[in-house]
Design a protein around this ligand. Sequence first.
Ligand code: PRP
Ligand code: URA
Length: 213
Amino acid sequence: MELKVLDHPLVAHKLTCLREASTSSPTFRALVDELVTLLAYEATRGVRVRPVHITTPVAETDGVTLADPKPLVVPILRAGLGMLGGMTRLMPTAEVGFVGMIRDETTLQPFTYAERLPQDLSGRQCFVLDPMLATGGSLGGCVQFLAARKADDVTCICLLAAPEGIENFRSLVDGLHITTTLVVAQVDERLNEQGYIVPGLGDAGDRLYGRVD
Ligand code: PRP
Ligand code: URA
């Protein structure tokens, strides 16, 4: 698994606003959207393209276009949904699959409650979206799910990650023998006793969409 941590002052500035407990949901959603666009620029550096010949108003020239099959963007519900618009704005021809996961707050184990994905992901580059990598169980489970459908190139985009979660994620995906990349805006200090990222930003799903219980 290759880890890429963005080191960029604009990303750090927006993340600081995002972390602030007094930031309202509308502002939080707007910041997540902006941050994804910045992360996606780095995350799509290896996106496959094919050559095309085009005619500009001045001359003929060679260029590139996204290769087929088109990339698949997979937000992990709920919180990953907040990252979808920013990603598809950058790659409008990408297709979208959905995985719904909820972490049991006592055992910290992920439970998959929904999925809507193509059966066969052979040859398809996948981009998984989830703002938080805490224990790494949800993200690792999602990549295992994609690999079971023959995905062999998966890039995960997260806003914050805990060091121990990154190592757990690495152990979950390295055995799959597929190309896995993790792009993260910042790596935080640690997890607390409740499995929350410290300093973190709290519960990303709740901050985006409100509490459900
Ligand atoms: C959050 C987050 C990740 C997961 C991270 O989702 O969006 O999916 O927790 O935790 P982990 O790395 O320890 O697995 P949550 O389960 O709270 O669901 P939600 O997005 O519906 O709020
Ligand atoms: N899920 C979140 O939304 N935040 C955390 O800090 C950990 C898991």
